[in-house]
Design a binder for this molecule. Structure first.
Ligand code: RUQ
Ligand code: CUA
Ligand code: CA
Length: 649
């Protein structure tokens, strides 16, 4: 793409309209270069109104609108946005509509701001090797979804995947910190994830108790090096995790692969789109079929099968695995799974807020497939002839469709990666058109975004309380939208007002690389804590007088407290070769009064929030004096807040 930032930009700041064409051509060239015929020419787009004339920079007339979404100093945002951090391994929090960056929550990454991966408490959550070092130091978060109650967010937890190592993490929404991580057995490429919204059987359980996790990559089972050449036996697993204990409950062996995951509002169905029904191991093989599938899991039946012991175990894993493969589930009345064929290498599956439809985008087909939830259930009852009959619409919406968000008026908004657009289409109109009605307008609006959108999501759009206010387009390229910062660019989250008939681009928010998916949640749902409770920490140093150096052979425990601007010990002495554990309790009770604790040359750095206790353990292998100091600005005498570690030779 263009080396020169300003080349495509006219002097008046308006991008050259031909730029879109350029992007499309370039994107296609990429595909063509791979020697692929992807059938994209089928896109007629005849229903599409012309794109807005000057959608890129804000025209003067729109400037007033833009100001409308500013959040004045001292005012609070109306929404939280939780966003995955991609291969930075964390989760970020933004305020909307301002786009203000509020926090990065370390999850699978290490982080020396808070000491994540450094303190004993965080290491216990992350998991360690026998020598005490971290089992993994990398992560790749794609999808963040909060727990539900009665069809909307309950503000309790947020779940997030780690694609690299197949781990699921839970973040508590009262402290906005990760409290549990579980590694899933026998899977690779844990991509899509979604909590259930209620129990499929027990009507009293109208809240999240399970989280579903899809494996994108097929692997030998077990994957121990003994059977690597039998590629026809590579398989993926779909996993169910208990949302409270975070233990794995069961897994389903499937044909094809799992990509994104969605759950129905009645708790009965979990769904995943499949782009590799071919089960190809090389890239071109994954594109051989004209249709792949959206795969539906009958949760109640799977759990009956697990209860009845119709399970196998893979390798050393103690997790029961049921058989969800196509051939084993031919009889709808007993089937655990239903494979609905849809075109082609689909990406994304999203359920509409009324609970009626799944939208599954074509990615390599210019279509979105609309699958009726009711008809999927009907197939499982034996009353629908073919799984494909559950498809009730398949509108052509544009090139490279990926993810769909919904408003509260029956409209869907899909990101078009290749077109660099968001397309707004009406679900009921698409169903009528599919039935042959030529008088309906399916695609009602389009807007250019900058550039190549991946995920798109609406405010509260993944709940029954979708409010139709904003759509956020998380774009994969930002190019000329921000000041250049070298070859690695910021990403853009563009905010689009969807409250009217026409979509309006109202803000470009820069975001650090590299968010995948986000959710937008009303602020009244989130209830955070201001400070911790000292009693929650079993190792808390509750009284200043309990401070001191406690030796047990070569193990030394240093008990410390902090209260601005001092630690309870001005100095402490250990011997070379000691295993030293420092326990620090912050006695400050004032909101926002956090202290840090850093030890030079020992690679230790962490914080303690008000009334919180943290600990670190290290080998005192370097004799000398080490000034432990407070890293977090806490007081006028913050710089004076120090303690002297002396390691005797
Ligand atoms: S996927 S850009 Cu990792 Cu969320 Cu669709
Ligand atoms: Cu305590 Cu800075
Ligand atoms: Ca395919």
């Amino acid at each position: 793409m263009s080396q020169d930032h300003n080349k495509d930009q006219k002097l008046d700041g308006q991008p050259d309209p031909s730029r879109r064409k350029f992007l499309n051509t370039a994107a296609f060239a990429g595909l063509a270069g791979a020697g692929l015929s992807v059938g994209l020419s089928a896109c007629k787009q005849e229903q599409a109104p012309a794109p807005a004339a000057a959608p890129a920079a804000h025209p003067a007339a729109e400037a007033a609108e833009v100001g409308k979404y500013e959040v004045a100093p001292g005012q609070l945002d109306t929404y939280y946005s939780f966003s995955s951090g991609g291969h930075s391994g964390n989760v970020r929090i933004y305020g909307l509509p301002s786009g203000r960056e509020l926090k990065a929550i370390p999850v699978f990454n290490t982080d020396c701001l808070v000491g994540w991966g450094i303190t004993n408490e965080s290491k216990a959550i992350l998991g360690t090797k026998p020598d005490g070092s971290l089992k993994y130091t990398t992560g790749d978060t794609h999808h963040v979804h909060p727990s539900y109650k009665d069809g909307t967010y309950d503000g309790k937890y947020l779940f997030v995947n780690d694609k690299i190592h197949g781990r699921i993490a839970r973040v508590r929404l009262d402290t906005m910190e990760c409290d549990k991580i579980t590694e899933l057995p026998n899977m690779q490429g844990y991509h899509g994830t979604f909590p259930d919204k209620r129990d499929p059987v027990d009507p009293a359980i109208n809240y999240t108790t399970r989280v579903f996790c899809g494996a994108e990559f097929s692997i030998p089972l077990p994957n121990n090096g003994s059977n690597m050449d039998k590629v026809d036996q590579y398989r993926s697993l779909f996993t169910c995790v208990d949302s409270e204990s975070m233990q794995v409950r069961w897994q389903v062996l499937i044909d094809g692969n799992c990509d994104l995951v969605a759950t129905s509002y009645d708790g009965k169905i979990a769904a995943t789109n499949q782009y590799n029904t071919e089960m190809g191991v090389h890239y071109p093989e994954t594109m051989a079929a004209e249709r792949d599938a959206c795969l539906f899991f009958n949760v109640a039946r799977i759990e009956e099968a697990v209860k009845a012991g119709k399970v196998t175990y893979i390798g050393d894993s103690k997790i029961p695995v049921v058989d969800g493969r196509l051939a084993s589930n031919a009889d709808p009345k007993t089937a655990l799974t239903c494979y609905v064929p849809i075109p082609k290498n689909p990406h994304g599956v999203n359920i509409s807020p009324d609970g009626k439809y799944y939208a599954c985008s074509g990615k390599l087909s210019p279509t979105a497939s609309v699958i009726a939830h009711e008809l999927v259930l009907k197939w499982f009852d034996g009353d629908l002839k073919e799984p494909r009959d559950a498809v009730v619409a398949e509108p052509e919406i544009g090139l490279g469709p990926l993810h769909t968000g919904f408003d509260n008026k029956g409209n869907a908004y899909t990101t078009l990666f290749l077109d660099s657009q968001i397309v707004k289409w009406n679900v009921e109109a698409a169903i009528k058109a599919y039935q042959g009605d030529k008088n309906v307008t399916v695609v009602v609006d389009r807007i250019d975004v900058h550039y190549q959108p991946g995920h798109g999501f609406t405010s509260m759009g993944e709940t029954k309380e979708a409010d139709g206010k904003f759509f956020i387009s998380d774009n994969k390229f930002s190019k000329d939208r921000f000041l250049p910062v070298g070859p690695l660019h910021a990403e853009t989250a563009q905010m689009i007002d969807i409250s009217g008939d026409k979509m309006k681009l109202v803000a470009d928010h820069s975001v650090l690389s590299e968010p995948h998916d986000s959710i937008v949640i009303r602020r009244d749902i989130i209830k955070t804590r201001q400070i911790y409770n000292m009693d929650e920490f079993p190792n808390a140093v509750k009284d200043f007088k309990d401070s001191g150096v406690f030796r047990d052979g070569k193990k030394v425990t240093i008990k410390l407290t902090s209260q601005a601007p001092a630690y309870s010990l001005g100095e402490f002495k250990v011997k070379k070769g000691d295993e030293v554990t420092i326990i620090l309790t912050n006695h400050d009770k004032v909101e926002d009064l956090t202290h840090g604790f850093a030890i030079p040359k020992y690679d230790i750095n962490f914080i303690v929030n008000p009334q919180e206790t943290k600990s670190v353990t290290f080998k005192a292998d370097k004799p000398g004096v080490y000034w432990c100091y407070c890293t977090h600005f806490c007081h006028a005498l913050h710089l004076e807040m120090r303690s002297r570690l002396m390691v005797e030779a």
